[in-house]
Design a protein. Sequence first.
Length: 190
Amino acid sequence: MILACNHIEKKFNDETLFSDVSFHINEHECTALVGVNGTGKTTLLRIIVGELPADNGDVILAKDTSVGYLPQQQGYHSDKSIYDELWEVKKDIVALEREIRTMEETMQTASGEELNTLLERYHRMQTEFEAKDGYACKSQIMGIINGLGFVGNDIDKSINTLSGGQKTRVALGKLLLLEPDLLILDEPTN
């Protein structure tokens, strides 16, 4: 089990929005929360991700579970291109690769003990880069861009020029790159 909700209740102004909501989600399960407008679906999701408190009940996440949440309305603004915005998620890998390239240049003129020290550090950084799947990042990002329906020159478009639906797809792409254990989408196709 990755998530359990036990007897969740939420009230607004002494009006009960929902009560006694209980369910659990296992790893690798796809679950949909379906209901008519105004029944508290978004409120329940916000309780699950910790943005709102429940009036009663418990939300239990499995230990070390990472949660990705795509809210219904994002108000998403950025001057970056789609491609650059997705790379932001992997900025630690970009910085590490830049440091590796700088070290390669430094090693060309080093010798003796200095070179040995640099080689040891270089090896540690390469190991870290490989552990973080640094070599696969570009391929992973392009796969997500294509999978979300962006083609050709779309990757160079500024986020601020995109439609609301396109911005939602970019936000979803960023979440997918984070690879959360639990992905919660609030009306992603709205």
